[in-house]
Design a protein around this ligand. Sequence first.
Ligand SMILES: *Cc1c(COP(=O)(O)O)cnc(C)c1O
Length: 393
Amino acid sequence: MTMKVKTAAVHAGDRVEPSRAVPLQASIHTASVAYFDDAGALDASLDGADYVYTRIRGQNAQLLEEAVAALEGTEDCAAFPSGQAALKALLEAQKLQEGERVVIANDGYGASFALVKSFCAERKAAFHPLSMTDPGTPAMIQRLAPRLVLAESVTNPLLSVPDLDVIAAACREAGALFTVDATFPSPALHRAAEHGADVVLQSTTKWLNGHSDAMGGTLSGSRERIAPLKAARILHGAILGPFEAWLTLRGVRTLPVRMAAHSQHAARIADRLKAAPRVERVIYPGLPEHPQHAVARRMLPSGFGGMLAFEVKGAGRAECFRFLEKVKLCKPAPSLGDVCTLVMHAASASARRMTPEERAAAGIRENLIRVSVGLEDPDDVAEDLLQAIAAAA
Ligand SMILES: *Cc1c(COP(=O)(O)O)cnc(C)c1O
């Protein structure tokens, strides 16, 4: 059939022929809709039997979900357009009732903290921020009998490392859904499901993507727990787009080797910062003086990760802001998990959405700088940090 130009513009070259050749890596499936030559197949595809409409089922998101489930060691995984969207989907699925309780790590990521707090306020549920490293917390969880407990494997930004096995046991006793945000170590260094997490949250925006070029979030767990989240996602529409899923899966291919290098570099930089006179305290789970170092050895057996933090003696916000302007190699960017080293003033960035009282309760002080260690030579990074600390003083 010869097509007139307007018809050709729309239809020429639109039929992807099925092929038996298996591509070594997936392509980006941008088509948001497909059709079938038989109506029965179309009918079945609308229930998810095939890829007919990306909100129902998308190739790239599904491939990423398979990969993340395999990394986490869980049966299933659901991908979302951001870590926050994943957390919101999980909260929605709980159908919280008035008077029910939610427990959250008091020193975790500020935006998760603020989201859970406002969600509880809307539902008239009780919001209980607790320190997950306080020895009294497991008993408190049993007493409160919350619907949901949200912990972080390594907290943002203070890098405390709770004993997840102990908290998981308390959650089981209390009948609480135990959700663990394992973004900081990533599944390459730590599988939260093996320590009793019912659901594992990742902001794939960070280490899984690894190159700061796509946002995303995942929830991993048993098929029974993840299937309803996927069903709700078809209606709620919070899907991960094909470009983002593809970029993230590309990042996943090198995740374990990157995390090994990030861990090695961070350990070296932590040692060098410790020797600096202006540095009051270096926080890194791999340091023997870290308050949960023994727990960290169990939770993070193959590397302590790429995140570290340090406090500058006597510094206030102004001096920390000067520090951010003085780094040359490192970038003052409010994220983590990149190949490039990123530095951030915790109180004004990751903990921005907490009140000053909440920050004080968590121990997040104005002189705290968080570092996401990149893949540059660690001595170059250490020298850049040290010169910026000196220049800002
Ligand atoms: C960034 C982050 C999130 C939120 O993820 P987004 O992809 O930015 O929505 C959640 N938890 C932790 C620990 C994070 O660092």
